[in-house]
Design a protein around this ligand. Structure first.
Ligand SMILES: Cc1cc2nc3c(=O)[nH]c(=O)nc-3n(C[C@H](O)[C@H](O)[C@H](O)COP(=O)(O)OP(=O)(O)OC[C@H]3O[C@@H](n4cnc5c(N)ncnc54)[C@H](O)[C@@H]3O)c2cc1C
Length: 450
């Protein structure tokens, strides 16, 4: 790519997927403008990944700082795209860039849909994760957990929540509530090391006794599965609390039970059996119900995209082109598609968790971004170069100013980083100080600018 056929493109969302698209496109010589809801870049790499994963987070941060230091990369944080936000999707499309890629992650929460889910003490896992990572809007809000917390789910996010509850909140008991059985657990065995020192082994053995006949009915040997589960409790991180962690398998919460103050007092649970389904199994409710006492419930069951953004949306996902056309049949997977109009949204692409909600780790989101960049490159190759970056940026700043928005550029981010490093105040759960409100951050950046 030479400077003569360089294009201006806009990436909305500065998480791992967006930064991957930006890196590839900038390397190819294009002018890249990144708009991001959060003041800071990184997405869930900053506000999702467990704070103590210093190596992973530090490595990503360094890569992202390097990228933002490039002269053809222009970053504006604190700019939300959506209906009634700083910019609408149509505003962004009207700025004159040759392509727009949405890498805004999966910001919606799946409806829990059980009676009582608005009770005090019921939380979505992502909100809890945002809280302990001190994302503005969540970091300074209380998340009361009580003594016994039920975490619904069997994946890595369940383990992250249990990690925080065990090592930092030091609650009395954490129970992972799992719809199917131990064979169908989804967490990575390496992740369980964060909490395995706190496992209630006696309780887990009793739980296996309770469900062993239902496992046997689908050919699963409870003794072997129990051994496999416990064998993964190696290299446990040192125990720092008396929290007991256990599991409730073959259990579906049907109702949140509340006290007179609408605070959680337990779950009404339905017992499940397993039925075979091809190579896999499905949970089938047995219509046998019991009460499970707990003080808080955290739903760690995945996310969906934010349907209010203004991109074509259906069933928890943004709609992509169902027709395998274009330069390469798979390009369609990344093209936003307007079903009502029956055509692609010209020049608009999706990648990362915005394309496939809650799909995989950082590496998967990065690969998706890399792949999307190839698709966009093929698209741009069919277009003649559009306007200059300055024209797009001037128009962008003009609109943001007229709407009294407060975009934060890389210079502002550097000031913020220096101030946070120098600060000794309330910290996240590993002791790192982060401003937990946008107002404080903007105040600091804009005051020191004057
Ligand atoms: C609790 C949790 C723990 C995890 N732990 C790990 C781990 O240990 N290791 C690992 O490899 N992976 C982990 N992951 C997975 C990893 O975080 C994701 O794979 C990855 O962050 C997805 O990247 P993304 O860029 O698609 O979306 P995100 O990371 O969600 O980034 C989205 C970006 O878009 C911006 N944005 C959102 N809405 C708008 C809008 N309307 N307008 C403008 N900007 C917007 C946000 O500010 C954000 O910067 C974890 C995920 C979760 C939820």
């Amino acid at each position: 790519m030479t400077a003569t056929n360089a294009h201006v493109m806009i990436i909305v969302g500065a998480g791992p997927a967006g930064m991957a698209v930006a890196g590839t496109m900038a390397k190819a010589g294009h002018e890249v403008i990144i708009l991001n809801r959060d003041i800071k870049f990184g997405g869930l790499a900053e506000y999702g990944i467990f704070p103590s994963k210093l190596k992973l987070r530090g490595g990503l941060k360094k890569q992202y700082w390097d990228l933002l230091g490039q002269p053809n990369v222009h970053y504006l944080g604190n700019v939300t795209v959506g209906n009634g936000k700083d910019l609408t999707v149509e505003d962004v499309r009207g700025l004159g860039a040759s392509a727009v890629v949405f890498t805004i992650g999966a910001q919606g929460t799946k409806a829990i849909g059980v009676e009582g889910d608005s009770a005090k003490g019921v939380y979505h896992a992502k909100d809890v994760v945002y809280h302990f990572n001190r994302l503005p809007g969540f970091g300074d809000r209380p998340f009361d957990m009580g003594k016994h917390v039920a975490v619904i789910g069997a994946g890595d996010v369940m383990v992250d929540i249990a990690h925080w509850l065990t090592r930092y909140k030091k609650v009395e008991r954490v129970t992972a509530i799992v719809r199917r059985g131990p064979v169908e657990r989804k967490y990575n065995p390496k992740e369980i090391r964060a909490v395995c020192a706190n496992m209630d082994l006696e309780g887990i053995k009793k739980e296996f006794d309770r469900i062993k006949d239902r496992m046997a009915a689908v050919g699963q040997k409870a003794d072997e599965v129990l051994k496999g589960l416990i064998d993964e409790f190696t290299k446990c991180e040192p125990k720092v609390s008396e929290t007991k962690m256990g599991f409730k398998f073959l259990a579906s919460p049907k109702r949140i039970l509340v006290d007179a103050n609408n605070c959680v007092r337990g779950l009404e649970m339905e017992d499940n059996r397993l039925d075979p389904k091809g190579e896999d199994t499905v949970a089938v409710g047995l219509k046998q119900y019991y009460e499970f006492p707990c003080d808080a419930v955290v739903f760690a069951v995945g996310d969906k995209v934010d349907e209010t953004v203004g991109l074509p949306y259906k069933g928890g996902l943004f709609v992509t082109n169902p027709n395998k056309t274009g330069n390469d049949p798979d390009d369609a997977l990344f093209q936003a598609y307007d079903e009502a109009a029956g055509k692609v949204v010209e020049g608009v692409f999706l990648a990362g968790w915005a394309r496939k909600a809650s799909e995989g780790l950082v590496g998967v989101a990065k690969r998706d971004g890399d792949w999307c960049a190839e698709v966009v490159e093929r698209y741009l190759a069919t277009k003649s170069a559009g306007v200059q970056a300055k024209v797009v940026l001037d128009k962008l700043h003009h609109i943001l100013k007229s709407r009294k928005s407060h975009p934060v550029d890389v210079k502002g981010l550097r000031k913020l980083e220096a101030a946070e490093k120098a600060h000794t105040g309330e910290s996240d759960c590993i002791g790192e100080f982060k401003y937990a409100s946008n107002r404080d951050m903007i105040g600091l950046i804009e005051t020191s600018r004057a």
